[in-house]
Design a protein around this ligand. Structure first.
Ligand SMILES: [Fe+2]
Ligand SMILES: [Fe+2]
Length: 174
């Protein structure tokens, strides 16, 4: 079984991932309501990815006979000042998650829990990509804040969704 300290922290992370799912869903609905279909689709996709992350963590705990508890989730922010704000919020969230993921890898290493340390490697790589995606999008959105059509075109052109990743951990229920 993985180290107790790692199991406790991974259960907390499952809650953060589900909270990220809810937050991205709130962003998607905000854009959908404003008839910005590309931004809406982008955030709907991001939401699904966050749920996937949570379910990968659930599967790891199941596989290793560690306790797993499906958590309650903090309420997302649902009101935004303008079209840029959800993206700024998303970038902050991704940076925060990167710190959490790195801390998880750190706990696994400190505990000499090599399986858990290895499990975290995929998430470390994923966070680098997610922070990069959101900071690119934020830069574009800030530059084009008065021309929402241009932001929509950018998302349609550059953010078409990720190809299937054969290296990703298995997700529970998948
Ligand atoms: Fe995530
Ligand atoms: Fe993410």
């Amino acid at each position: 079984m993985p180290a107790d300290a790692f199991v406790a922290k991974l259960n907390e992370q499952i809650a953060h991932e589900f909270a990220a799912h809810q937050q991205y869903l709130a962003c998607a609905v905000y854009y959908d309501d404003d008839t910005l279909p590309q931004l809406a689709a982008f955030f709907y996709r991001q939401a699904v990815e966050e749920r996937e992350h949570a379910m990968m963590m659930v599967q790891y705990l199941l596989d290793t006979d560690a306790p797993v508890r499906i958590p309650g989730v903090a309420a997302p922010i649902v009101e935004f000042a303008d079209v840029v704000e959800p993206i700024r919020l998303a970038l902050e969230q991704e940076k925060r998650v990167s710190e959490q993921i790195n801390a998880l890898a750190g706990v696994a290493r400190a505990e000499g829990d090599y399986s858990s340390e290895q499990f975290m490697q995929w998430f470390i790589k994923e966070q680098v990509e997610e922070v990069a995606t959101m900071s690119d999008l934020l830069r574009w959105a800030e530059r084009s804040r008065d021309d929402v059509k241009d932001i929509e075109d950018y998302v349609a052109r550059e953010q078409t969704g990720e190809a299937a990743d054969a290296t990703s951990p298995a997700a529970a229920g998948a």
